[in-house]
Design a protein around this ligand. Sequence first.
Ligand SMILES: Cc1cc2nc3c(=O)[nH]c(=O)nc-3n(C[C@H](O)[C@H](O)[C@H](O)COP(=O)(O)OP(=O)(O)OC[C@H]3O[C@@H](n4cnc5c(N)ncnc54)[C@H](O)[C@@H]3O)c2cc1C
Length: 473
Amino acid sequence: MANYNTLTPELIEQLKAAAPGHLLTGDEINEDYAHDEMPIYGKRMPDALLMATSTEEIAAVMKICNENLIPVTPRGAGTGLVGGCVPMYGGVVIDTTKMKQILEYDLDNFIVKIQPGVLLQELADDCAKQGYLYPPDPGEKLATVGGNVSTNAGGMRAVKYGATRDYVQAMKVVLPNGEITDFGASVSKTSSGYSLLNLMIGSEGTLGIITELTLKIIPAPKKVISLIIPFEDLESAIATVPKLKAANLGPQALEFMEREIVLSSERYIGRAVFPKEIEGAEVGAYLLVTFDGEDEDSLFDLVEKASDLVLEEGAMDVLVADTPAKIKDAWAARSSFLEAIEAETKLLDECDVVVPVNKIPDFLTFSKKWGEECDLIIKSFGHAGDGNLHIYQCSNDLEEDEFKRRVDIYFEKLYEEAVACGGLVSGEHGIGRGKVKYLKESVGETNMALMEGIKKVFDPNLILNPGKVCYTL
Ligand SMILES: Cc1cc2nc3c(=O)[nH]c(=O)nc-3n(C[C@H](O)[C@H](O)[C@H](O)COP(=O)(O)OP(=O)(O)OC[C@H]3O[C@@H](n4cnc5c(N)ncnc54)[C@H](O)[C@@H]3O)c2cc1C
């Protein structure tokens, strides 16, 4: 159990001297810093907020906090969904959003170097200007890339290109004692000891603070086409997924969505994009698939093969979005799912399990059955191509305590089932504060002890992002 100290006026003066003009306290701190996008996991304001501008400034503040046992919580844009950037033990929050420079491109080696506060959208747009693609594509484009690396964010294109981890080559890190170090290198392979770089990726601000990133980029594909594929029910939609993958057509994105969530999202964006009825039959679910390639002919060939396959497997139709405007429309609806649910829901929680792709239908049936048992509204969508499901529990009439009690029972059942069928607690959102208990239950004592051991090596005083991922105080 760590015994933290509180920030005295003397310590605040020391911190202010280490970061002149960049340390805020009291009413100067906006109340948004008390939560992320999932406030149900708890709210707490920081005692001080560093609007960091450099590695050295972060290092100086970390050193003072470490010597005085003051908790520190790193924060990007605060779009996380597991309470990861919330300072549950108070202390100092280090906001990285002012460190937002794209530092340099090395196009011969397909590399871009950035500060951690660059937003995903800014990086994507800047790479596109150079004719390159930064492949990770999580739904929230206003997240920082530092936050994406810290959660190993996934997103729509992971089915073809992998998650954020696959694009991180090196990083500069401030350790909890204030030391500055570098992990990784701008090389394309390594067998050089333990991968400290990979330990940092997905560590959710519990091991160190990322202050610079060296990322891989690829030449941008020249053409992109999306297909909206309606089915009568979810089971037949999902049953098509392994067949689409086995056909080796290499989709860039492969998402599933049920009718209800599409209706919510269209109400939210105020525009109808997906067909609801085909020849008098009601559409029950959809696949949204994107292909990319070098020229139109090869892409149309892929689309033809995919269309034949899905129609044979029971698709009701195939709608081709082949202009930038149509593609944008289809994906705008998909991208708004979470906001659409939020707009119609008073209380909300989320389960981000990942299961083997062929287990998706059974798992979703299980999730609905337990939704009924617990009397919760369940809304689901997800990345069909990689088995990562976003299952939302919603309520508009329960009191918060009762909602949490039911969600707890629901989560126990769901995570137990996920692990039993070969899955894991989180596919891309992380563990943060919200899923610590379920991580413990799923990985077992031995693996948890290894994680806690790693945490103690990086952060012997346990001051960095306490109460998150593996180390409960
Ligand atoms: C509408 C919506 C859609 C989303 N879609 C997706 C999706 O498709 N895929 C997906 O994976 N996620 C998704 N997310 C979740 C969220 O956007 C990601 O988790 C994102 O990576 C968080 O980045 P952030 O900058 O907001 O980080 P924050 O929320 O501020 O922090 C997240 C974690 O990273 C740590 N951290 C942040 N910056 C640093 C740093 N520089 N050094 C060390 N630790 C740091 C924090 O301590 C915290 O533990 C979505 C969220 C929303 C609201």
